[in-house]
Design a protein around this ligand. Structure first.
Ligand code: HEC
Length: 434
């Protein structure tokens, strides 16, 4: 797949972003003609549409899809016919308004115009560790599970980004309970559990942080204090119980005090840095990666000062991270296909190529008992990768069903690995035979 292209599309100043999110927020009836003109877009959809420009579906896509985002921005890597079906289900869940007939025409045009790009084959490496995969298919078609979460009571949670629900799986019985969220089309995305068992999430299109009380189903919403912060993305909870989050396109970091509901917003030094994955280290500092540039950042929670570490390769785009117990930081270099290791004390960086190669697109990662577990989202099929920092040995597995595509991972309290496969509409538990 053409990751370079994909990365370039997602890194460009894509926007009229403020206009774009204003449109998502307003009902479509409110979308002003001015916004339509801005969004109707000249961002290169034409470049991909050479053979299908005359198809009737093109006009429908131009009119109905480019309202919320440029289609080319998401479509560059292409989809199978089945994948486009899933995309149309997801977009319908998210608020796409079009008749079934129009969707059928759009589908034909999209299949013709944006076929799936070839992906590199997964590289499977044998090793000493045994795993067992257990998968749950989610109840709402096209729900786009984004983050999984292993809660302390043994339950497994997920955000259904396009279905606007948070789900809870009982792994013993396989039963799934869905908690609908108050704000419609809010795009639940990042997911964390606090010490009292509340489930916190970012509403990526709703522009807010949310809390779900699993006992009562009560949903509390915390809108951003600044309307220009439109897309809360990923979460971390610090030692005081404060909720930290990134806002990618808004280029912000934020801290929510759950006692007062106050939100403090911070701006990283690099513009358009697109803060993405975030996590607390053992000292209670907040570490994050900036997907729009080659930066790992660190926030001192007392002074709120942000320190940026510029990674050696300018093409590096770190997407997710884990902080090791020694407070060194491992990150997934999504664009170049590397696992990177930064020591914030010295600023020194080492890199290891991911087994699937430059286009393997390492993405969601977790630290489990001294070992890094992550997924390569760019290979066919997607993989689970185990990397032992002590021995520097890799072991990999193909995700049953292809895993297409794992956006985030988590670990369960008993040390197993969790995947959310966004297009497969599945949550997978990787039981590690310890
Ligand atoms: C109501 C707003 C809205 C409309 C209308 C809309 N989308 Fe989307 N689309 C979204 C959002 C939100 C995302 C998620 C973006 C993200 O997570 O980065 C998305 C993501 C996508 C993705 C990436 C999906 C993935 O998981 O791989 C594709 C492809 C896409 N849209 C295509 C389309 C097409 C084609 C249409 C028209 C048929 C359309 N969109 C209409 C809001 C919309």
């Amino acid at each position: 797949m053409h990751l370079q292209n994909f990365a370039r599309f997602s890194l460009e100043p894509l926007m009229p972003r403020s206009a774009l999110l204003a449109v998502i927020k307003a009902s479509s009836a409110l979308a002003t003609q001015a916004a339509m003109v801005v969004l109707a877009g000249n961002f290169g959809l034409q470049a991909f549409a050479q053979n299908s420009a005359g198809m009737p579906g093109k006009a429908i896509v131009d009119k109905n899809c480019n309202l919320c985002h440029q289609v080319a921005q998401h479509a560059a890597r292409g989809y199978t016919a089945e994948g486009w079906d899933t995309v149309l289900k997801m977009m319908t869940n998210q608020g796409l308004v079009a008749s079934d007939e129009d969707k059928e025409l759009a589908r034909a045009y999209l299949i013709q115009t944006f076929p799936e790009k070839e992906k590199p084959k997964a590289v499977l490496i044998d090793g000493p560790v045994k795993v067992k995969f257990q998968t749950w298919h989610l109840p709402i078609a096209g729900s786009r599970p984004h983050d999984p979460l292993g809660a302390r009571d043994g339950s497994i949670w997920y955000t259904a980004q396009m279905a606007n629900v948070i789900g809870r799986i009982d792994p013993q019985t396989g039963s799934i309970r869905q908690y609908p969220l108050k704000k419609s089309h809010s795009g639940p995305h990042g997911l964390m559990e606090d010490k009292s068992g509340n489930i916190w999430y970012t509403a990526n299109t709703g522009g807010q942080i949310g809390k779900l009380n699993p006992k009562t189903g009560e949903n509390t919403e915390y809108p951003m204090p600044d309307a220009s912060v439109t897309d809360p993305h990923s979460l971390a909870i610090d030692k005081q119980g404060d909720i930290w989050f990134t806002a990618q396109a808004s280029n912000r970091l934020g801290r929510l005090n759950p006692k007062t509901g106050n939100i403090t917003l911070l701006t990283p030094p690099s513009s358009n840095s697109r803060p993405y994955g975030i996590m607390m280290d053992s000292k209670g500092w907040i570490d994050y990666v900036a997907f729009g540039t080659n930066v790992v950042g660190q926030v001192n929670p007392k002074t709120l000062a942000i320190k940026e570490f510029h990674l050696p390769n300018p093409d590096t785009r770190p997407r997710r991270l884990v902080a090791a117990p020694d407070d060194t930081i491992w990150y997934a270099d999504h664009t170049r296909g590397y696992l990177g290791h930064l020591d914030p004390k010295t600023g020194q960086v080492t890199e290891v190529p991911s087994p699937g190669g430059m286009k393997s697109a390492p993405y969601g990662m977790s630290w489990i008992d001294g070992v890094i577990w992550y997924s390569e989202s760019g290979t066919q099929p997607g993989t689970v990768v185990r990397f032992d920092p002590q021995t520097q040995q890799f072991q990999t597995w193909a995700i049953p069903g292809g895993g297409n595509i794992v956006r985030n991972t988590s670990k369960t309290p008993d040390g197993n690995f969790l995947l959310a496969s966004s297009l497969m509409n599945e949550i997978t538990l990787v039981n590690i035979q310890h």
